[in-house]
Design a protein around this ligand. Structure first.
Ligand SMILES: [Zn+2]
Length: 290
């Protein structure tokens, strides 16, 4: 099944919901970056989250970036997605695989890979000052920390489930998740019904693996007693969007002395795009006379 995001409202507009199956994008990301299995789980979850959040962006030019700071290099990553759900991502230490001993003592894979640090969300809405929010990671799961982010930074009661299912050969079998938010003025009854439903909800990827489509997951399981109304779908994709011109601008931010030294040594300056690993080479004439 191709990757999709669906969105809608439930319980007469008191809840808004987003669900995604992004198996192909997560698999593609693991291939682009040659991610270790543990990193595939963690970055895969951030990709699911980024796609779900992108479906709630309001304007055409909005861009959302989720990044982490960490006391471990393996814990640093960046996900950027626009309002068309074109996403790109990278990790600072893509091949990192924790040794089993530290995994045992450190808890979940999420917390072992991410270490101690923060989740940062930037929404660039084409305004002068982008919206920026930050929370400390303390729940040991990407979904838990993002729920915390929504509560603290955006004051929106939110429920998130993110999952990545990987087979023995390291291939992504399923990746996806949901994001539910309570809208202003919601009733306590709605919260109660929803909490009950979420409590008994199985793993998202297990349901995908049973070949349930997103509409069926919403109607038959997650929002069963809450009358979901579907408001459309988005076809997401992995898209970098880098260009020679953009990378040349990046190369020009290097110090002139440094550029000169590299040119003398190698004859060109090579810049690699973090998001797609494409390499661009610039020679003396690209830097002009300066
Ligand atoms: Zn690129």
């Amino acid at each position: 099944m191709p990757d999709r995001i669906i969105r809608g409202t439930a319980d007469k507009g008191e809840i808004r919901f987003f669900l995604t199956d992004c198996t192909e994008i997560v698999q593609k990301t693991t291939e682009i970056h040659k991610l270790s299995v543990s990193n595939s789980y963690v970055l895969g979850k951030f990709i699911c989250a980024g796609l779900l959040m992108s479906a709630g962006l309001k304007s055409e030019n909005d861009v959302l970036t989720i990044s982490t700071t960490s006391d471990k290099i393996s814990g640093r990553m960046v996900v950027t997605v626009n309002s068309r759900s074109e996403i790109k991502a990278y990790m600072f230490n893509p091949e990192y695989e924790p040794d089993p001993a530290s995994e045992k003592s450190g808890g979940s894979i999420d917390s072992v890979v991410l270490g101690k640090g923060t989740i940062n969300v930037i929404k660039d809405m084409g305004l002068k000052a982008p919206y920026a929010g930050q929370v400390e990671m303390k729940y040991g799961s990407v979904a838990g920390d993002l729920v915390h982010y929504f509560a603290v930074s955006e004051q929106i009661p939110t429920s998130i489930s993110l999952g990545v299912l990987i087979d023995d050969s390291g291939k992504v079998q399923k990746a996806g998740g949901f994001l539910l938010q309570m809208m202003p003025g919601h009733s306590e009854d709605t919260v109660r019904v929803l909490e009950k439903s979420i409590y008994s909800f199985p793993n998202f990827t297990d349901v995908l693996d049973m070949n349930y489509d997103l509409e069926k997951i919403a109607s038959d399981i997650l929002l069963k007693d809450l009358g979901p109304v579907f408001k459309g779908e988005i076809i997401p994709r992995y898209k970098c969007g880098c260009s020679r011109k953009k990378m040349q601008t990046a190369a020009q931010t290097l110090e002139k002395k440094e550029i000169k030294e590299i040119l003398e040594k190698d004859g060109y300056v090579e810049v690699k795009c973090h998001f797609c690993n494409r390499k661009y080479r610039f020679t003396e004439k690209d830097f002009g006379k300066n």
